[in-house]
Write a protein that binds this ligand. Sequence first.
Ligand code: DX5
Ligand code: ZN
Length: 214
Amino acid sequence: MIISPSILAADFLNLEQEVNVFRGQDDLWLHLDVMDGHFVPNMTFGPPIIKQLSKKTDLPLDVHLMVTNPQFYVEELRDCKLNNITFHLEAVTNQLELIQLIKKNHQAGISIKPKTQVNELTDDLLSQLDLILIMSVEPGFGGQKFMHDSLDKLKKLSELREKHGYTYQLQIDGGINSETAKLAKEAGAQNLVAGSYIFNNNPQDYIKLVDSLR
Ligand code: DX5
Ligand code: ZN
């Protein structure tokens, strides 16, 4: 099980120290929530901070774009060392084109909001994706309550992958704690994003909390 701590809940003024707590950990990605104050009401950080961070850590960087114009960010981050870039299905009309652009340099993911159904992910998208991110809260804020209908989406997408031989990894984001992690794992999640569950604690406990989700 891969755990992706979301730095949204970290101490931004001590980001380097926060991130270094995870140095050398296996199966651990850093989840970077990019919000533009438009696709979601909240605003975080963009390419300048991501580029700086990528020079300070060897951990795989998992970029979650909650923005209206993901193509701009994909182009800006073209030369940045990242694991994957995930954009929202709802933000884009030609998703396949954007997947192909991302795949020139990085792995490509699509995320769906709680109200978006799995059948909006067409076969041609499913066959090209490296990652699918199921939102189990409305995107925009940390610390919200897990929405249980997201579990059915994980189950459906696991079945579809099995049936058609797709290769995407299933990630879930929002309201993950030790209880919801168990449910998500049973439903087929392979990657759990967790923000407040990890970072709203003393840094010396971060690794223990990550392990409690596995
Ligand atoms: C919400 C973000 C999440 C957020 C999760 O829009 O995509 O990554 O940090 O926070 P928690 O784990 O606190 O629900
Ligand atoms: Zn996220």
